[in-house]
Design a binder for this molecule. Structure first.
Ligand SMILES: Cc1cc2nc3c(=O)[nH]c(=O)nc-3n(C[C@H](O)[C@H](O)[C@H](O)COP(=O)(O)O)c2cc1C
Length: 185
């Protein structure tokens, strides 16, 4: 199989991530790949928050605060889980969808474009020898959290892409039969 195609078919998420994460020129290259997401009318309906080092602790505190606003009764364990979430990888990229009113480009297309950008980040990171995983959860849809992060009213979170170096073995990718998903119509 063609090398690039093989790479595409073998992409796999890593739930356990450790140092190092991409930095500097490599991280720039990863974002450059994201900027090639298909994008109707070139609206550029995305931007990215790169959260690393100690800033992940600050992000975790916002996760905790947002959880307490959603559920003031959240117990200590739930709070700690929320606060520790960003520490699961050395780098967290918040993929932000920027929605704009456009006569030909409905919001769904802009959200899809942001999804493509997130995928491109995963692929580019893996191409450079790193690994990642796209995560959401309730916090990703929480308006309070979005405000705390400085998102405008027309912005939302497409996902948190956790990046770093894979810990443990690559899980074998599922062997799906193409025929099960494709119809010659
Ligand atoms: C929009 C979106 C949100 C996701 N949210 C989570 C999540 O919150 N937690 C999680 O463990 N996996 C989440 N996943 C799934 C993982 O990113 C990953 O795709 C899954 O673990 C399967 O692994 P694979 O990508 O290697 O097939 C999400 C995927 C997508 C596309």
């Amino acid at each position: 199989m063609n090398e690039i195609l093989h790479f595409l078919t073998q992409r796999s998420s890593a739930s356990r991530l450790t140092e190092p994460a991409p930095i500097g020129e490599e991280l720039q290259a990863i974002f450059a790949a994201a900027l090639r997401a298909p994008d109707h009318a070139r609206l550029r309906p995305w931007r990215f928050l790169s959260v690393s080092g100690e800033r992940r602790i600050a992000l975790g505190e916002l996760f905790r605060e947002a959880l307490l606003l959603r559920n003031p009764d959240a117990d200590q364990a739930a709070q700690d889980k929320a606060a520790n979430a960003p520490l699961r990888a050395p780098l967290v990229v918040v993929v932000v969808t920027r929605l704009a009113e456009h006569p030909k480009v409905p919001y769904v297309e802009q959200r899809l474009s942001a999804g493509c950008a997130a995928h491109a980040i995963l692929l580019a990171a893996e191409a450079l020898g790193y690994a990642g995983i796209w995560r959401t959860g309730e916090v990703a849809f929480d308006r309070n959290l979005m405000r705390m992060l400085g998102l405008a009213d027309n912005e939302e979170i497409a996902g948190f892409v956790y990046l770093g170096t894979r810990e443990g073995e690559v899980r074998p990718v599922p062997q799906l039969a193409v025929a099960g998903f494709v119809t010659d119509w």
